[in-house]
Design a protein around this ligand. Structure first.
Ligand SMILES: C[S@@+](CC[C@H](N)C(=O)[O-])C[C@H]1O[C@@H](n2cnc3c(N)ncnc32)[C@H](O)[C@@H]1O
Length: 222
């Protein structure tokens, strides 16, 4: 585990409250929208990496994918297990970290990691991307987000290493933990070994003002 890989501890606290969980209960439209493409490509196995309280893991299992889900937060996994259990959905859960996935090489046709892998410094992100590449099949699809340098938090607080900031506003949010930001060119370099299918910078203003995130879909190259 890298020293900067600590944000899951803040999320563990967030997931303990109903208010904290409330805005993370419905699958994102873009995840639903990719389902038809995944089916066309014959995808069967899916990993929800950093699954939080399980909204996407539950969705993927409901769509017939053999689904695994991992998170660093034990509380998140507990709620995700509850959600899928109540719905009678079969998901294999693991508590673990994105920099050391407990999965075999080339196991997944699809890996989703929504608002997860930028939690840490550049080295942590590089390791997480390499774990995604290792566990994804050649031709498999990665869908995820990264923090954009347009984001209002970029440059705020203390820069602990290149493009990695901690911002301890009131001590309650995960900004007090390292977050890594990149521009489009830097993102393309981080995802060496993948071919981008789409890349959009979107403002998650429903969560906070100027909360820009890159949204990417990419194919793992052989
Ligand atoms: C913003 S939440 C997103 C949750 C989920 N992907 C969703 O869209 O509902 C970020 C999640 O990433 C997890 N996380 C952060 N750093 C992690 C790490 N290094 N390894 C595994 N999980 C991590 C947190 O515990 C948290 O559940």
């Amino acid at each position: 585990m890298s020293e900067t890989e600590t944000a899951h501890k803040a999320w563990n606290e967030t997931w303990k409250s109903a208010d904290g969980r409330a805005i993370w209960s419905e699958p994102e439209d873009e995840v639903r929208e990719l389902t038809a493409t995944l089916r066309d490509r014959g995808a069967e196995t899916a990993l929800d990496l950093g699954c939080g309280v399980g909204r996407h893991a539950a969705y993927l299992a409901s769509q017939g994918f053999s689904t695994w889900a991992l998170d660093g937060s034990e509380t998140g996994i507990e709620h995700a297990r509850g959600l899928t259990g109540e719905a009678g959905l079969d998901v294999t859960f693991d508590v673990g970290l994105m920099t050391g996935l407990p999965y075999e090489d080339v196991m997944f046709d699809y890996i989703l990691s929504f608002n997860v892998i930028y939690h840490g410094d550049k080295e942590t992100v590089i390791k997480a991307v390499s774990e995604i590449r290792r566990t994804l099949k050649p031709g498999g699809i990665y869908q995820g987000t990264m923090l954009s340098k347009r984001n209002g938090y970029f440059g705020k607080g203390k820069e602990i290493s290149t493009d990695t900031f901690i911002y301890d506003d009131d001590g309650s949010g995960d900004e007090a933990h390292p977050h890594f930001y990149c521009n489009a060119g830097e993102l393309v370099n981080l995802f060496e070994g993948f071919e981008l299918i789409s890349l959009h910078d979107l403002d998650h203003s429903h969560r906070r003002p100027k909360h820009w995130h890159w949204h990417l879909v990419a194919e793992r190259l052989p």
